[in-house]
Every structure is written in C-alpha cells, then in structure tokens.
Write a protein that binds this ligand. Structure first.
Ligand SMILES: Nc1nc2c(ncn2[C@@H]2O[C@H](COP(=O)(O)OP(=O)(O)O)[C@@H](O)[C@H]2O)c(=O)[nH]1
Ligand SMILES: [Mg+2]
Length: 298
C-alpha cells in the first residue's frame, strides 16, 4: 500500500509526525495502516519515579546534553490521569522551556484521558511512530504511581528510576518493587543530606540482583545544575549495547502485544457501559449476572 504520510514522517516532518501521533492516540482508521509499515529501532528510554523527584528537570538536562552533540530527541510526556493537572503541566513546560525552542527536540504530551481505554497501548503505538521518524533517542516520562512504573518497563528498552534521598521515601520506593524494573537508578537532588548513604544502600541492592551482563548502576545527579548528566548518558549508552544481545526483545514484544490485545478486547467495555446495560436489564426484572454476561459475549 502507498501511504503518502510515511516518507514525510521518515524525513522528520513535524506536522506529519504530529498528525500520525494523533491518529494512533485517537485510534483513527488510518493508524493501523501506518503502524503496519513502521519498524523503527530507535532506543526508547523510560524515566519514572515519584512526583517531584525531578524527572522533568532531569529530562531537560539530559536532552540538552544530547542536543548539544547534535542528536535529535523525541520526548513523550505522560500526564497523570487527573483532569485537574493544568498546574503541573504548566510547571513542566516552564522546566522544559529551553527544549521547546530547540530544533533538535520534539515534545509531545499524552493525556491519559485522551486515550480510548488503554493508555499503555496508545503509548506503545505512539512510540512506534516516533521510532520510525529520524530521532536518535526517544524518552518517555511517566509518574511512578501504582502500576505505571511496571508498565513503563514493558515498553522502554532502558528504564531509569529516579528517586530522592529522603527518609521514608526510600522504603516506599523499594517496597513497590521498583528495583526490579530499574536498568539505571538515579538518586537526584544529591545536594540533599543522606544522598551518599542512600546511593550506597541502592548499590548493595543492585549488586545482589546483578546478572552476568548487567549490574544496575546508581547515578547521583543534581538535575537543576546538570550535575551527573554525562555519567547518566554514559550508563544509558552502555545499557543499550548490552541490551542488544540479550533476551529482552521477545519479552518486550510480548508485553506490547499483550497490552494491545487487552485494549482491543476491552474496546466496548467500560464500567459506564456495563452500568447502563445492567440498568436496562434490572428494569426488566429477574436479573441474573451470568445470564447477562453470556448474552453480552454471544
Ligand atoms: N534541590 C534540588 N531540587 C531539584 C533538583 N532537581 C529538580 N529539583 C526541583 O524539584 C522540583 C520537582 O522537579 P520536577 O522536575 O518537576 O519533578 P517531576 O515531578 O519528577 O517531573 C522542582 O522544583 C525542581 O526545581 C535537584 O537536583 N536538587
Ligand atoms: Mg514531570
């Protein structure tokens, strides 16, 4: 099939990239035609961690560092699902201001409200579009709340977990199994007390779960001052070399396929739809949950 948009996206035409991203985000009929012809291999870097850890500031510094080396970077900023998030979005814009003006940098934010059920599936597809465009690196920033940090691990080639040296925080972070998903651990705000102690604690944990090919490095940063950024960039590059040779690829593809199948199967299922249908059934009287479910799938 001839799709006129494809060569434009491949060339890096921002208008066409933006349009294609909207198509996949809104599940436009053209989206699948495009996606079936895309097979980019740009490395995807996921950055996660609790709100306020300094992820956006870190992305800003890291991307400026790469852009200075004339690398082209795409950033996908995933907002938390809250509809009342204008404040923090504005904050992110301020922190990322220099990036918005940089011709080597493309930024797109995704609101979880916009995706038609299945944020992960939308992001996976949007990332495929970005991988097809001529970027050297793709960064996804997500807030690590609940399950979301686990989800980022399913779509990023390299997952960076950002934490800060505050008592209590560390226990919380480690409890949520975040160490399991980190390829690179960042202790940001290392200007604060306790940073070195926290980092050495994390290093011990990383050492315990190290494999033959990779031991998760712990990088101390001060994102505001761009301190530690070259070390972080180097760790990411190293991980990507290691990553090419291991079994992660099939694991990642399986995770992605699972998320997309899940989204597609749940397409016409939402609590609201179910409530509406059930209300009608209840009004008829003599409701049986399992007869209703059977008639639904019939
Ligand atoms: N002291 C200190 N503050 C920082 C550092 N990095 C970021 N911040 C501040 O932490 C706050 C949250 O940063 P932000 O990047 O929005 O965090 P995010 O929610 O994880 O994206 C902002 O006020 C930043 O200026 C750092 O290295 N040291
Ligand atoms: Mg942020």
């Amino acid at each position: 099939m001839l799709i006129p948009e494809l060569p434009k996206i491949k060339d890096g035409d921002e208008l066409h990239i933006a349009r294609a991203l909207s198509w996949v985000e809104n599940q436009h009929p053209k989206a699948l035609d495009l996606l079936k012809l895309m097979n980019g291999v740009t490395p995807v870097i996921g950055i996660t961690g609790p709100p306020g850890a300094g992820k956006s500031t870190l992305v800003n510094s890291l991307v400026n560092y790469w852009a200075e080396q004339n690398l082209k970077i795409a950033i996908l900023a995933v907002d938390p699902s809250s509809a009342f998030n204008f404040g923090s979005l504005l904050g992110d814009r301020l922190r990322m201001q220099s990036l918005f003006l940089n011709p080597n940098v493309y930024i797109r934010s995704v609101s979880s409200r916009g995706s038609l059920g299945g944020l992960s599936a939308s992001i996976i597809e949007m990332v495929e579009v970005l991988k097809f465009a001529p970027f050297d690196r793709i960064i996804i920033e997500t807030v690590g709340v609940g399950q979301s940090e686990v989800e980022i691990a399913g779509l990023a080639d390299t997952t960076i977990v950002v934490s800060v040296p505050e008592s209590g925080d560390e226990i919380q972070t480690l409890k949520s199994g975040i160490m399991e998903i980190a390829d690179v651990f960042v202790v940001n705000k290392s200007d604060r007390d306790g940073a070195a102690a926290f980092a050495s604690y994390l290093m011990k944990l990383a050492h315990v779960r190290a494999t033959e090919s990779w031991e998760c490095p712990v990088i101390l940063t001060q994102a505001m001052q761009s301190e530690g950024i070259p070390a972080l960039a180097e760790s990411i590059s190293k991980h990507q070399v290691v990553n090419q040779h291991n079994s992660r690829k099939k694991h990642l593809f399986a995770e992605k396929a699972y998320k997309i199948i899940q989204r597609n199967r749940m397409k016409d299922v939402s609590i609201q739809t179910l409530q509406r249908e059930i209300e009608t059934e209840l009004n008829k009287g003599d409701f049986n949950l399992f007869q209703y479910l059977e008639s639904r799938t019939a």
